[in-house]
Ligand binder design. Structure first.
Ligand code: SF4
Ligand code: SF4
Length: 185
């Protein structure tokens, strides 16, 4: 059956009228800030103290946008008569966010929990070179990383928490000058 002349126009106008009477859903950013889920992929923070310079993140990054420089340092033996050890010392850690595609692989593969997602996304730059964030800037992002979600009721305490508490207790005891703490490693 041939369409009635002008029916297309009438349909179009009907859609226009329907849409005109609907409430607008446009968020007036930046006056209105978006409500993002806490684990949104905004920017990556580096918790440098946890990084052992294993290079896994840089090797696995599909965009090759993680730059790490390091050198080896010899540290004295932990106990008298022991062997000297060598460890990696971080010289540079940078992520080029102009290349990053926010896949999260680096965060997933880091075996030492040194990389975290922050929901911060307002770091646009007028110069593309400024999108390479060096270690100090990556550390600053750590302050914007949300706390991890609470454990399920009755869940076992993570071993990292127990280890951290033990170390903190040891330090507190040493600072309080408790007898028997001197000279211990
Ligand atoms: S999120 Fe993906 S692309 Fe971005 S630095 Fe990590 S591994 Fe590379
Ligand atoms: S994978 Fe983790 S520990 Fe290894 S270099 Fe990257 S951030 Fe550091």
């Amino acid at each position: 059956m041939a369409p009635i002349p002008g029916s297309g126009l009438a349909k179009g106008l009907a859609v226009t009228l329907r849409t005109m009477t609907r409430k607008s859903v446009t968020a007036q950013y930046p006056d209105t800030q978006p409500e993002l889920p806490p684990r949104s992929r905004g920017v990556i923070g580096l918790f440098e103290e946890n990084c052992t310079v294993c290079m896994l993140c840089a090797r696995e990054c599909p965009d090759w946008c993680i730059y790490i420089d390091s050198h080896k340092e010899t540290v004295p033996p932990a106990a008298p008569g022991g062997r000297e050890r060598s460890r990696n010392v971080l010289d540079r850690f940078a992520i080029d966010f102009s290349l990053c595609m926010y896949c999260g692989i680096c965060i997933e593969v880091c075996p030492f929990d040194a990389l975290f997602w922050s929901p911060e996304f307002e770091y646009a730059e007028t110069d593309i070179r400024d999108l390479t964030h060096e270690r100090d800037k990556l550390r600053e992002w750590m302050w914007t990383v949300p706390a991890p979600p609470a454990l399920d009721p009755g869940a076992e305490e993570p071993k990292e928490v127990a280890a951290a508490r033990k170390t903190a207790d040891k330090l507190a005891a040493a600072q309080a000058g408790e007898p028997g703490q001197e000279g211990r490693a």
